[in-house]
Write a protein of this length. Structure first.
Length: 668
């Protein structure tokens, strides 16, 4: 999301301060509310009629308002709900109300709150203000029952491509018909003006295994009633967590359309062998008192400060309370719903450290029961302090207390390209010394290694990961400057060719490191965002990928494609345990600054290559490497890379040119 503030250590210092009596009072009050776990349906249609249920323990009265249309007009009927058990309210009618819309109106403390579609609306109309009663079975594309995502034994086998629907397809150069829509990813045969593949064909050609889509549940900011105004937003402003965003559909007014089209997108990607990861933002809501949580059961779903105000670890005005039973239950059941109904293959948790460790463990465990290939990762930090004690937070530093959850490595990110927010700060790949040990931390995926000195780590001072499967490696994402812009800002006087070399070196470090590689869409064609750091609501002119860049930067694209192939063909880059990494990775002693040299030995993880030698030269001087004598195949040299080999070497003295990676491999 657009807040990327590292307050982990500050938060650890402030956050553990003893909560006052009042904050505890608030917590114990909510803890005494009756709960109704597993409640994930507020409307159900069966042969006996239509049945509404709402969990709202402190309500004095609840009404269901029935509408004929998704917006405007008055209610065609109102139904008074009766108090049920476990804090719920219920009412039934004998008719099947398919095609109708509804809201709930909760009266509490003598006041009737604004209408809400509830927290479990699975189908909604324009802007999501009214929930819809539909038969979900009618939204399945043909062949949906046989639809399966790719099998992913370990998360480290994945190559993740982070994409925004609008960035990816809105530019005329995409050649895509359904620009900015879910359906953009269902169109085969689309081409750039220069005749190169775009869209889903491009993804297949590039070789990524998973597309990570930025928030695609119904969010608040884009006015679905006014789509021609071409508003843009990343979507980190959740409104209805269990229905797709309307602006990505061809008709936001028809509740079935957005559901069917999102499923068609998933199916098209699955048919192409590509999995779908959803970015989920359960950590906060777009609105405070006006959110569906607040209008359903005021107060309960959020954390508060001692004075009763909303606490704000999200930096967006509030934070949810995953440590409360019904909020935890909501998160767990919501991801289960997306996994089952939409066949989603993975979940990326925004500001995951706002959630507690127990919740994340339950999320991962429940998803694995549905499909063992599903994986979970998230940002192991918050954007502000939280009343949740640091020891309970799903922080990067606590990742080893979680099972089946990975975290982004800001260690490798900042070490390789320079500080994420200080534009002109350089990193290892752009010639700044002092990052060598942190690059090594990245290479071993923050696991314990006898040759890595964590005391010299820039961001983390201890081996926080218990296995490489707990780490996501990256040097760019939707947040902050794109790699292209970061290099332009931090390499004064450089040519574009210089910057492309630096990008190649940076991504070579990421894609050969242990852990899971992650890249930002368009990186492979050297896309930029005109230097805009936080483009969450910038226009298409900033955010759209210009697909003509694919022809212009063909060399860059070919390098990325080969890099992805190298990783996918060689399990040595995808070890799954810390012991294997410690045993098979051997670093060379190097005195020169800005050089890291190491070997992956012993046919690691079943690799056909007995030894892989990698030398990264981030300095502006050539580095003379001493390579043991042997029958080496040159995989990468002087800014070129080919998994099938660029030539052979007998070892000995090999010059590694400035800002480049040397990779050699031998089978005996
Ligand atoms: Ca919306």
């Amino acid at each position: 999301m657009h807040f990327n503030i590292h307050t982990i250590f500050a938060a650890a210092a402030i956050g553990i301060a003893a909560p006052t009596i009042m904050a505890q009072d608030i917590d114990s009050r909510y803890a005494s509310w009756p709960v109704c776990e597993g409640h994930d349906n507020e409307v159900k249609v069966d042969p006996t009629g239509t049945h509404f249920t709402l969990w709202s323990p402190e309500a004095d009265a609840v009404r269901v308002m029935i509408y004929d249309t998704d917006r405007n007009g008055v209610a065609s009927d109102t139904l008074d709900m009766k108090r049920g058990d476990k804090g719920t309210w219920y009412v039934s009618v004998p008719e099947k109300l398919y095609g109708k819309f509804y809201t709930f109106a909760v009266t509490t403390g003598g006041k009737t709150l604004a209408e809400t579609p509830g927290i479990w609306a699975k189908a909604v109309g324009t802007n999501g203000h009214r929930a819809a009663i539909i038969n979900l079975n009618t939204t399945n594309p043909e062949g949906w029952d046989k639809d399966r995502g790719p099998e992913t034994k370990h998360i480290t086998d994945a190559v993740i491509y982070e994409m925004h629907h609008r960035d990816f397809s809105i530019d005329p150069s995409s050649g895509i018909v359904h620009k900015g829509k879910f359906l953009a990813l269902t169109e085969p045969g689309t081409k750039s003006p220069e005749g190169l593949a775009t869209g889903i064909d491009h993804l297949k050609e590039l070789g990524v295994t998973h597309v990570h889509i930025l928030p695609s549940y119904d969010y608040n900011s884009v006015d679905e009633a006014n789509l021609p105004s071409n508003q843009y937003n990343w979507g980190y402003d959740p409104y209805n967590y269990n229905a797709p965003e309307g602006s990505y559909s061809t008709d936001p007014a028809k509740p079935e359309t957005r559901i069917r089209e999102m499923k068609e997108m998933v199916k098209a990607l699955h048919d192409a062998g590509i999995g779908v990861v959803m970015d989920v933002v359960y950590n906060h809501t777009a609105d405070n008192d006006g959110s569906n949580f607040s209008l359903t059961a005021p107060g309960y779903f959020y954390r508060h400060r001692a004075d009763g105000s909303y606490s704000d670890a999200s930096g967006c005005g509030n934070e949810t309370a995953s440590d409360r039973k019904m909020m935890r239950d909501f998160i767990v059941n919501s991801v289960k719903y997306w996994a089952k109904e939409y066949h989603i293959d993975g979940f990326r948790f925004d500001l995951m450290a706002i959630h507690d460790i127990e919740t994340m463990n339950e999320v991962a465990a429940e998803l694995k029961k549905i499909n063992p290939s599903i994986f979970v990762y998230g940002e192991g930090w918050t954007a502000g302090d939280s009343p949740l004690p640091a020891a309970q937070r799903a922080l990067k530093e606590n990742v080893d207390k979680m099972e089946g959850v990975a975290v982004f490595s800001d260690d490798i990110r900042d070490a390789v390209k320079g500080h994420y927010s200080r534009s002109d700060d350089q990193g290892f790949a752009t010639g700044k010394p002092g990052n060598e040990e942190t690059v090594k931390i990245g290479i071993v995926a923050s696991t314990a290694h006898p040759q890595v000195d964590y005391a010299k780590g820039n961001n983390s001072k201890f081996a926080y990961a218990g296995a490489p499967t707990e780490i996501i490696n990256y040097v760019s994402c939707h947040d902050d400057l794109t790699l292209t812009d970061k290099l332009a800002a931090s390499m004064p006087g450089s040519t574009e060719a210089d910057r492309q070399r630096a990008a190649r070196l940076a991504q070579t470090i990421v894609f050969t490191s242990q852990g899971t590689p992650f890249m930002f869409a368009g990186e492979e064609v050297f896309r930029d965002k005109k230097g805009v750091h936080n483009s969450y609501k910038s226009p298409d002119s900033i955010n759209a990928i210009d697909w003509s860049l694919k022809a212009k930067n063909k060399g860059q694209y070919d390098y990325y494609r080969n890099l992805i192939r190298l990783r996918r063909e060689h399990p040595a880059f995808r070890m799954t345990s810390a012991d294997e990494v410690a045993k098979n990775i051997v670093f060379d002693k190097v005195k020169a600054p800005n050089v890291v040299s190491y070997s992956i030995k012993n046919n690691a993880n079943g690799d056909e290559w007995k030894e892989i030698k990698l030398v990264f030269n981030g300095s502006t001087s050539p580095f003379v490497a001493k390579i043991p004598r042997g029958e080496w195949t040159i995989i990468a040299r002087d800014g070129e890379l080919n998994p099938d080999g660029l030539g052979t070497s007998k070892g000995g003295t090999v010059v590694v040119t400035p800002t480049s990676a040397l990779i050699l491999a031998r089978t005996k």
